[in-house]
Design a protein around this ligand. Sequence first.
Ligand SMILES: Cc1ncc(COP(=O)(O)O)c(C=O)c1O
Length: 397
Amino acid sequence: MAGTFGDDEITAIRAATPGCTDDLIHLNHAGSSLPPQRVLDIQIAHLRREAAIGGYEAAAEAADRSAAVYDSIAALIGSRPSEIARMEHATAAWNAAFWSIPMERGQRIVTHDHDYGANRIAFLRAREVHGVEIERIPSDADGQIDIDRLAGALSRPSEVAVVSLAWIPTSGGLVNPAAEVGSLTRDAGVPFLLDACQAVGQLEIDVEAIGCDFLSASGRKFLRGPRGTGFLYARDAILDRVTPSQPDHHGADWVALDRYEFVDGARRFEYWEHDHAAWLGLGAAVDDANELGIARIHATIDERAEELRARLRDVGMTVHDQGVERCGIVTTTHPTIPVGELRERLATGSIHASLTNPGSARADLEARGLGSLLRLSVHCTTTSDEIDRTLAVLRIL
Ligand SMILES: Cc1ncc(COP(=O)(O)O)c(C=O)c1O
């Protein structure tokens, strides 16, 4: 693993992030992180140009920078720029992919307990619309998707419409073995839709090594981009097998009165209208991450999250994170104090935490016999001093 950032480097990253102040401790990077100043600057500058000269004219001025965002994202995940579609958020990206996949009555959607709530709703809807079945692969002893059971589920590939996996779930520090899943789906020739919403920005991503056909991501979380941004990776080779479900005249060309043709590449999943300032801001966030180096961001997050887990156990909290490999999401409960109250008390000390509730992670929480969890998520900007101060609040409890 790459080296962690040194104290001086963390101080510099914090100094370039306006939300990193002594007055608040942000432990909600899995919800929405704190963007670097450069993200803010490019967004605000573009909004000013839109106000000054008009939105279409400002977009024309920024066309090269806007196009370069695809290159930046492609460099981040090891794809071609043409395999990236601009999206408003991870669920929009995931849905664009999911609803493009052909499904026949009786086929199965194969998934894991850790799939995100929105994705689960889509499975239930697909069961109503297509008559497909939902097959839940259980977790192994470490909480990861049970790879042997998945191999069994793929033994008759024609019966499986798609394999869907949350690389990192909303409900804990688990990192699922995405590349092992990709190796099985590739051999079986079954589409693999990877939810990388919580992974992008904190894990190194190489879509070739993973072997996923689709990858959905949000900009505002570990990537430190603006709210209302995300992207979809769609492998070139999958495009002949899928059909965007709701194309517009940007994703498809209206070539004759009664005929359209999809445009090349992943852009067939996009809509024409979008928030140009936010997209440019996302580009700045991705450039920032690429320049800092995801490997070092990952190493630093990892070290800080393990430090937090150890300290929480020291004060009698229970840590619920599973996995052989873990990430910057830390979930915890107190033996007697409800999580809502914990969160309130932290908020009183200007410490931002969030809760994971059954509505977003029901299958996982029910399988583990858990209710809501307090979720503390760290980034490479989180310091040991902030962890000390957080623990000081929890210790008094
Ligand atoms: C694992 C996972 N997938 C998908 C999503 C949905 O992301 P978005 O709110 O950007 O649509 C989330 C949001 O927290 C998530 O944690």
